[in-house]
Design a protein around this ligand. Structure first.
Ligand SMILES: CC(C)(COP(=O)(O)OP(=O)(O)OC[C@H]1O[C@@H](n2cnc3c(N)ncnc32)[C@H](O)[C@@H]1OP(=O)(O)O)[C@@H](O)C(=O)NCCC(=O)NCCS
Length: 163
């Protein structure tokens, strides 16, 4: 199995991104305007677009979930693996790559939000040392749900997978 990460060209790959996103996130899929704001990376497994990560550089969010500029903080907006390829360790690989990406680019902190019911990603994040920082009431719609906010503060030499 060959795994590669490639930066997506959002304007020319928009259709492919939106198709992928719909398959992975359904009603939570982003619209065009949102994709245009993001730095997007594909995880290619044997050349297949198996996963996707999207970031907002130097961005955090306030207690209502609204983005705020914060130098040195990387906001992870998307972590997704194609449904037919889930449950094989690719989510862990993608998360490990995201953390390594943040370190490589000198970020001091990673922040992210997830549906409160999304036990899978919350467990994965905790495994990488993320801690819960809050709950945002009614952040998601269809269905309405709170978000759990998480952060990982990066320090030299602390990339430890706690399992
Ligand atoms: C979340 C997601 C990225 C995980 O990817 P994946 O390839 O299925 O995950 P992995 O196979 O690497 O699983 C890794 C670990 O996650 C944990 N995990 C997964 N689902 C879980 C669940 N429902 N409850 C608890 N832990 C869970 C397990 O610890 C698992 O390790 P294991 O192999 O020892 O069981 C993927 O399921 C996905 O894209 N889901 C839809 C989109 C989404 O919700 N993204 C996150 C919000 S941005």
């Amino acid at each position: 199995m060959k795994v590669e990460f490639r930066r997506a060209e959002v304007s020319s790959e928009l259709r492919s991104l939106m198709t992928f996103d719909k398959k992975v996130f359904g009603a939570d899929a982003f619209d065009r305007a949102m994709w245009a704001e993001l730095e997007v990376w594909w995880m290619l497994v044997d050349s297949v677009k198996a996963g996707c990560a999207a970031f907002e550089a130097d961005t955090a969010f306030d207690r209502n979930g609204e983005p705020v500029r914060e130098e040195g903080t990387l906001y992870i907006a998307t972590t997704g693996v194609l449904p037919r390829l889930q449950g094989r360790g690719l989510g862990l690989l993608l998360k490990a790559w995201q953390v390594a990406f943040a370190r490589r680019h000198g970020y001091r902190r990673i922040v992210t939000n997830h549906r409160a019911s999304n036990a899978g990603i919350i467990a994965i994040n905790k495994g990488f040392g993320f801690r819960r920082t809050g709950r945002i009431k009614g952040y998601y719609s269809e269905p309405d749900e709170d978000a759990i906010s998480m952060e990982l503060v990066l320090k030299d030499g602390d990339l430890v997978l706690k399992r």
